[in-house]
Design a binder for this molecule. Structure first.
Ligand code: FES
Length: 119
């Protein structure tokens, strides 16, 4: 395990998330309902920045097409229909909707700093 120092714990407000750059690698770090989390910077669907998204229950919601990923496991748990919001939109390619799960990193606090286990 290689835990890297990300920021001070006081830099992370509850129910928020930010983009951090660690040794040239971008990651999302935030806190939801008092629980710290760290995950990939980009959505596994079409690579939108996730820190522009929001929370729904225990999920992080991608701002581009509203897919939801469980913050504990990274599992893709909801694919909100783009058509619900854009009724005239026609899906051209059935593969377009496919997405993997979100990479979740282990996170801990030590001496007032947030540390993330980066591969
Ligand atoms: S880019 Fe995130 S849901 Fe499409």
């Amino acid at each position: 395990m290689t835990f890297k120092k990300i920021c001070k714990i006081t830099d992370v407000q509850d129910n928020s998330m930010s983009l951090f750059n660690v040794d040239g690698k971008e990651i999302t770090v935030g806190k939801h309902n008092g629980k710290l989390f760290a995950c990939a910077a980009y959505c596994p669907h079409k690579s939108a920045y996730l820190y522009h998204g929001w929370f729904s229950n225990n999920n992080i919601v991608c701002p581009r097409h509203n897919y939801e990923f469980d913050l504990s496991s990274g599992k893709l748990v909801k694919m909100t229909s783009w058509k619900e919001n854009h009724p005239t939109w026609i899906e051209q390619d059935p593969n377009w909707r496919k997405a993997g799960d979100l990479t979740i990193y282990q996170v801990k606090v030590s001496n007032g700093y947030v540390l993330v286990d980066l591969p």
